[in-house]
Design a protein around this ligand. Structure first.
Ligand SMILES: Nc1nc2c(c(=O)[nH]1)N[C@H]1C(S)=C(S)[C@@H](COP(=O)(O)O)O[C@H]1N2
Ligand SMILES: [Mo]
Length: 315
C-alpha cells in the first residue's frame, strides 16, 4: 500500500501507537509492514491513519464540523439507509487492495491500481461545505486531489461530453446490497458529471478527511467531492470511471425522477422538482437554520458554467 504517508511511528498519537504495539506484539509482525487493513482485520476498526497532506487550501471561514459527526452521520445506502448504518455496518468492508477501471472515449482506457492513480498527485486539504438535499450540511476538510488532473491522464477525446462514476458492488461486505427485500437501491450506485464540471478545479477526488485516510463510511478508498452540488452527486468507493457522450442516468434519477435531476446544483430557488424546501439548511451541531447559498457558496467560481441553462427545469 503506497499511499503517501509519514512513517506512523513519527506522528501517531500515543494511544493509537500503543494499541498498534499491542497488536504487533500479538501478531509478531514487523512494525513497518502493518497496514490499515491489517489493523482493521485485527479488530482495531477505529484506527485513524494519517495522510501526508502537501497543501491546505482555505475555502471557507465557517467552523469545521467535528470529525465524530462527519464519520457517524452518513448516507451510504450500500450499508443501510439510516445515518448510523454506514459507520456501524461498514467495518467489514475492505478498501484495499483497490483498482479503478477506466472506459469509454479516452486514449488510455484500462484498469489502474489505486497506487497508479495516486502516484503523480500530491494530496491537498480543502475545506468544503457539504450540503445534503435532506436539508443538513457539514463543513469537512477533504484530503484529495483535482479530478481534472487525473482525467487528463486518461486523455479524453472530443466525444467525452460526460463522465460517469460507479460504486463497487460487494454484497458480502455491504449489507444494503444483500437480499431481495433489503437491496434498497438499484446497484451499482452511479453518478455523472458534465465534462466541464468534472474538469473544474473545485472538483476533487478525496482519499481522506481531517488529514487521515477516508473511513469506510465516507467512501474509502476514493470518493468524489463536488462542493457546489448536493451531497448525493459525491459518489463513494469508486471502481469505474467512464467517458461517455450521453448524460448519465444516475441512481437517484432512476429512483425518484421527479425529485432528483442530473444537475442537482445546490439551488435555494424553487425548481420544478421541489417537494422539499431547499432555501434553508441546518448545519449539524447548530440550532438556527442558515440560508442556503446559490451553488452552496461557490457561485463566483462555478456559476458561469450554467449561464443559459434554466436551473428551474434542469434541477
Ligand atoms: N455509493 C454511494 N455514494 C453516495 C451515497 C450512497 O448512498 N452510495 N450517498 C450520497 C449522499 S445522499 C450524500 S449526502 C453523501 C454523504 O457523504 P458523507 O456520508 O461522506 O457525508 O454521499 C453520497 N454518495
Ligand atoms: Mo444526500
Amino acid at each position: 500500500m503506497k499511499l503517501p504517508r509519514i512513517p506512523s511511528s513519527e506522528i501517531t498519537p500515543k494511544a493509537l501507537y500503543l494499541r498498534r504495539r499491542e497488536f504487533l506484539a500479538a501478531a509478531g509482525a514487523a512494525f513497518a509492514t502493518v497496514t490499515t487493513r491489517d489493523l482493521r482485520a485485527a479488530g482495531l476498526d477505529d484506527v485513524r491513519i494519517p495522510l501526508r497532506v502537501a497543501k491546505k487550501v482555505a475555502t471557507t471561514t465557517d467552523a469545521v464540523t467535528p470529525y465524530s459527526t462527519t464519520t457517524t452521520y452518513n448516507n451510504f445506502y450500500e450499508f443501510g439507509s439510516t445515518k448510523d448504518a454506514p459507520s456501524k455496518f461498514g467495518k467489514n468492508f475492505k478498501p484495499k487492495p483497490w483498482s479503478v477501471a477506466v472506459e469509454g472515449f479516452c486514449g488510455k482506457p484500462g484498469t489502474y491500481s489505486l497506487e497508479d492513480i495516486l502516484k503523480p498527485h500530491s494530496i491537498e486539504e480543502r475545506v468544503y461545505c457539504h450540503r445534503c438535499v435532506e436539508g443538513w450540511s457539514i463543513v469537512v476538510p477533504w484530503d484529495g486531489f483535482s479530478l481534472g488532473d487525473l482525467l487528463k491522464r486518461f486523455e479524453p477525446t472530443g466525444d467525452a461530453k460526460f463522465v460517469e462514476f460507479l460504486t463497487i458492488v460487494r454484497p458480502d461486505e455491504m449489507p444494503g446490497q444483500k437480499g431481495r427485500f433489503t437491496a434498497i437501491l438499484p446497484w451499482p450506485y452511479v453518478e455523472g458529471l458534465r465534462i466541464d464540471e468534472a474538469m473544474h478545479p473545485l472538483t476533487m477526488l478525496a482519499v481522506g478527511l481531517y488529514g487521515e485516510e477516508l473511513p469506510n463510511q465516507n467512501g474509502a478508498p476514493l470518493r468524489l467531492v463536488v462542493p457546489w452540488k448536493y451531497g448525493f452527486k459525491s459518489i463513494k468507493s469508486i471502481v469505474k470511471i467512464r467517458f461517455t457522450n450521453a448524460q448519465t442516468h444516475s441512481t437517484w434519477m432512476k429512483e425518484e425522477p421527479l425529485y432528483y435531476g442530473f444537475y442537482a446544483n445546490v439551488n435555494p430557488l424553487p425548481t420544478n422538482s421541489t417537494f422539499r424546501d431547499q432555501s434553508v439548511e441546518r448545519r449539524l451541531g447548530e440550532f438556527i437554520m442558515r440560508k442556503t447559498l446559490p451553488f452552496n457558496g461557490y457561485a463566483d467560481q462555478v456559476g458561469s458554467m450554467y449561464t443559459g441553462l434554466d436551473l428551474r427545469r434542469n434541477f
